[in-house]
Design a protein around this ligand. Structure first.
Ligand SMILES: *Cc1c(COP(=O)(O)O)cnc(C)c1O
Length: 390
């Protein structure tokens, strides 16, 4: 009998075998005493392995149906370490609307080590097929993408990659293992910024990686130990605690997000709403096939920067910040936050205009959030009419 994910979230880390403690102990130790000069115990040094981190790594491996899990000090540490599987002369193909930090790593760090890249619009997999070169080694996807929620068909992309001798990496931060399991769809490696939904309380930065194949797992384990950007014991403990409540949190937030997306869609001050749960979202049929939920993040467009400023100043409940996936609702402004480094023209090509907001729905009462949005949009309406009258 296999348990459902909600049950696995609670029990995957297990109880402490020594004491029966229901929470994994925090093994705050960098080194471990050895009994003999030629026989070492299971742990020797915490960069190579720590019992608290190991409980977390085994947990995420189970949740993603993989063979090996790895915990890193941030999502970017996990992603960068995964790219270190490559060698000079290799080429990678990446979703064109990839997370900003991943974009920066690929364009400004990987290039220094002789790893080349192409950015491709992965909503059209013919474009992916055309971009594959003899030295392409990795196809890197993010679905839904950020912030305009483009959907990529993971299974078809992974098949295409495999047929051409490439590995498929998927950043699964937005869906989490609750709603999407890329390894089951043919991907080789799944990545998470566990800073977001998995920890869920805006309290730690953490990254996770899971491999399907044991040999790839050994290679990533070697890199994790060599590069050393591991997650500490305290943060590993926090993340295990966060994962326990992921099922309840994400379901509640996603339910509210659907209601909020519908409210915004019907509002005259809002030009456009991006949410994969809308039946008219172009990626919806593929998303429904490969994911079991629509998530708690949506984006919407107001007419311009002036409207955006009035709206932000009027909003009472959400925190205005980068990041997402927390108990508190987080409003972000991609133009000056996540995509500030991108030239305006490139930004606008990707739909990131000066009126675009990202909204990560937390656990507040959905009607309080809708009331707050309503009053802020009313201020936008009144003030923009005033400015027209002037
Ligand atoms: C935040 C984020 C990252 C980076 O993770 P950090 O924990 O901030 O290093 C990567 N991918 C996505 C989709 C993210 O939202």
């Amino acid at each position: 009998m296999t348990d459902r994910l909600e049950t696995k979230f609670i029990h995957s880390a297990g109880v402490d075998p020594q004491t029966g403690a229901v929470n994994v102990p925090i093994y705050q130790s960098s080194t471990f005493h050895q009994n003999s000069i030629d026989e070492f115990g299971p742990f020797d040094y915490s960069r190579s392995g720590n019992p608290t981190r190991q409980a977390l790594e085994e947990t995420i491996a189970k949740l993603e149906n993989g063979t090996r899990g790895f915990a890193f000090s941030s999502g970017m540490a996990a992603i960068s370490s995964a790219f270190m599987l490559l060698s000079a002369g290799d080429h990678v193909i990446v979703s064109e609307d990839v997370y900003g930090g991943t974009y920066r790593f690929i364009t400004e760090v990987l290039t220094k080590f002789g790893v080349d890249h192409s950015f491709v619009n992965m909503t059209d997999l013919d474009k992916l097929a055309k971009a594959i070169q003899p030295n392409t080694k990795v196809v890197y996807l993010e679905t839904p993408s950020n912030p305009v929620m483009n959907i990529t068909d993971i299974e078809t992309a992974a098949k295409l990659a495999k047929a051409n001798g490439c590995l498929t990496f998927v950043d699964n931060t937005f869906m989490t293992p609750l709603y999407q399991n890329p390894l089951d769809l043919g991907a080789d490696l799944v990545l998470h910024s566990a800073t977001k939904f998995l920890s869920g309380h805006s309290d730690i930065t953490a990254g996770l990686a899971v491999t399907k194949d044991a040999e790839l797992g050994d290679r990533l384990g070697f890199i994790q130990n060599s590069f050393g950007s591991v997650l500490g014991a305290q943060d590993s403990y926090s993340l295990i605690q966060g994962i326990k409540t992921l099922g309840a949190r994400l379901k509640q937030s996603s339910e509210s997000a659907q209601k909020i997306a519908e409210f915004l869609h019907g509002h005259p001050e809002v030009e456009e709403v991006f949410y994969p749960g809308f039946s008219f979202h172009p990626g919806n049929p593929i998303h429904q096939r490969q994911a079991s939920g629509d998530g708690a993040v949506l984006s919407f467009r107001l007419p311009d920067k002036n409207a955006a400023r009035i709206f932000k100043d009027a909003l009472r409940i959400p925190v205005f910040a980068v990041s997402l996936g927390a108990v508190e609702t987080i409003l972000s402004y991609p133009a000056t936050m996540s995509h500030a480094a991108m030239p305006k023209e490139e930004r606008e090509k990707r739909g990131i205009t000066d009126g675009l907001f990202r909204f990560s729905v937390g656990l507040e009462h959905d009607e309080d959030l809708i009331d707050d949005l309503k009053q802020a949009l009313e201020k936008v309406r009144v003030k923009s009419q005033l400015s027209i009258a002037n």
